[in-house]
Write a protein that binds this ligand. Structure first.
Ligand code: ARG
Length: 563
């Protein structure tokens, strides 16, 4: 990576690595910028501009740097800017073109494991938009780490344990019907759960009935166990359907129930660490600057966080990961702050623990996404809607496509739209579902990127007598800009891992597509009489296609050969 090698080189020259390589706000100012003069000036108590001159002198005569950068300049108040050399870009393009299928992959993470936990649906409840965001962001991040050479464990930690299953079992025993459940499992389970809470207002004794059923479940009562398994199977089948539409799969599907048996051991270990306190009959861990973590209620029931502590221990022991990412909505911020604080007290902080939080999904009106009747929107409805809209748009765009093709293309465009709309923003932000913008073939959307890919591919397909191109013929400013963009692909992937967000990669691909489209519209590529120049340009276009394809793949989005 150009950025890393520049940093290393400068650091070794000045025996100082406490400085940043920045991207100047305007490309006229250069491709990279360093703040080294400020750092050294502070240490030596001199003026940054004065030191800057010396740094520039040293760096401009450095052989390694001159090979890559055409000029190194000092600008007030002391930034030093670097301009990538055209000849270097041309030379690099040759190698990238050769490896364009795997371009972007690196070995930065070799030997290290990262667990990325996402999705996390709850059984007996339908998967909702929060789980959708978690799945899209988590899968994208897992792809990033994989591309960087990490060993990645994709983990679905399903919510399949807790007192709510006692209520569901109680409700099913009173009002349930096997056949009705079978016909519409998710709807029926939700109805039962809702009914239980309605009836509870009239007959408060139901509460203890629910508790009783949960206790029986915990103690391995065969009937309750069987019911729970049935609910779980129905729910997982529903989740799997959605995951299949999204093209997402997991290495480990291990939920809260898997830790049920080790919870007393977990609580013992907390006790042995001397941090378990009794409080009004319950057991808690006191935390600095945070509310205490409730580990066991006075009625003996364990909690969400108790199971998370057990699971964390399992994750660390089984995989020795250097990082564990929890991709979970920002409503659970306090939960994860408590979990991470407990982890520290228990010495479970060998792995870097990161809560990748995200905001809500809003409708076009800026309100929480809901159906017209104000009910929560089901994921199936949502994905059906975007796919249907995508099919319409595709049909408008290309009337020569047959129904079958429209169906396949519509699905890829629709799911791409769903994912890109999420990933182009920083996860912290709420995202808005603006259906038109999501499918705008000329806006900042997956459809635009997929369409750009098809356009470029068409150029390549048209030329039958393609020969290897000579990149040293690519001399225009536009070509230089595209070559530079291509070279920066690995950096934009690395940035995703540094920030645990995919928006820098999405933006990068959008800008690359813009550059490529501008070039496409201003240049007669195929018609050029200069065959050598034509071939050189085709080689560049081919490489752009490779980057778009590999980059979109990281975002979980597929390209198409036709739209
Ligand atoms: N099942 C949870 C929910 O729907 C998400 C899982 C979060 N992960 C965790 N390790 N607690 O809210």
């Amino acid at each position: 990576m150009l950025k890393d090698s520049l940093k290393e080189r400068i650091a070794s020259k000045f025996k100082e690595d406490n400085f940043d390589i920045l991207t100047p706000p305007d490309e006229k100012l250069g491709d990279y910028s360093i703040n080294l003069a400020f750092i050294l000036a502070k240490k030596n108590k001199t003026a940054p501009m004065k030191l800057g001159e010396e740094i520039v002198k040293t760096l401009s005569t450095d052989k390694e740097i001159s090979k890559r950068f055409s000029s190194v300049t000092l600008v007030a108040p002391g930034f030093i800017n670097f301009f990538i050399k055209k000849e270097f870009l041309q030379e690099e393009l040759k190698g990238i073109y050769k490896d364009r299928d795997s371009y972007g992959r690196s070995k930065i993470g070799r030997g290290e494991t990262v667990i990325v936990e996402y999705c996390g649906t709850n059984i007996a409840k339908p998967m909702h938009v929060g789980h959708l965001r978690s799945t899209i962001i988590g899968d994208g991040l897992a792809n990033v780490y994989k591309t960087l050479g990490y060993n990645v464990i994709r983990w679905n930690y399903i919510g399949d344990w807790g007192t709510q299953f006692g209520k569901l079992i109680a409700a099913y025993k009173i009002w349930g019907d096997k056949d009705i459940l079978k016909k519409d499992p998710m709807g029926t389970m939700l109805d039962l759960y809702v009914k239980f809470h309605q009836e509870l207002k009239l007959s408060p004794e139901l509460e203890s009935k629910g508790q009783e059923e949960f206790r029986k479940l915990e103690n391995g009562d065969p009937e309750n166990r069987k019911l729970w398994e049935m609910f779980r199977d129905y729910s997982m089948a529903d989740t799997d359907k959605m995951l299949e539409i999204l093209g997402v799969s997991f290495d480990v599907v291990k939920g809260e129930s898997a830790y049920e048996k080790v919870l007393s051991k977990t609580i013992n270990s907390i006790e042995n660490a001397g941090i378990l306190k009794e409080s009004e009959g319950a057991q808690i861990i006191e935390l600095e600057n945070l509310p205490p973590a409730l580990i066991r209620k006075s009625d003996g029931a364990t909690l969400y966080i108790t199971r998370d502590i057990a699971s964390l221990r399992d994750r660390i022991k089984s995989y020795k990961p250097s990082k564990i990412l929890y991709v979970v909505a920002n409503q659970q911020t306090l939960h994860f702050e408590q979990l991470f604080a407990v982890a520290k007290l228990l010495g479970l902080d060998q792995s870097e623990l990161i809560h990748v939080k995200f905001g809500m999904v809003l409708g076009e009106d800026g309100k929480k996404l809901a159906t017209r009747e104000g009910k929560i929107i089901e994921l199936q409805e949502l994905s059906d809607k975007i796919i249907d809209l995508a099919k319409e748009r595709v049909k408008e765009k290309n009337s020569s496509l047959g129904d079958k093709e429209i169906s396949v293309i519509g699905k890829t465009v629709g799911i791409g739209a769903l994912k890109y709309n999420d990933l182009k923003q920083h996860p912290y932000s709420d995202i808005v579902f603006n259906w038109d913008a999501m499918l705008d073939f000329s806006g900042n959307s997956a459809a635009y990127l997929q369409y750009t890919y098809v356009r470029l591919l068409n150029i390549l397909m048209k030329v039958k007598d393609k020969k290897k191109g000579d990149s040293s013929l690519l001399n225009s400013l536009e070509e230089e800009r595209i070559m530079k963009r291509i070279l920066l692909f690995p950096e934009s992937i690395k940035k995703c891992a540094d920030l645990n967000s995919l928006n820098s990669l999405a933006l990068y691909l959008y800008e690359l597509a813009n550059d490529a489209n501008r070039f496409y519209e201003s240049t007669r590529i195929i018609e050029d009489k200069d065959i050598n120049l034509r071939n050189a340009r085709l080689m560049m276009i081919d490489t752009v296609c490779g980057v778009l394809k590999n980059g979109l793949k990281i975002l979980g989005i597929n390209v198409l050969n036709r739209i």
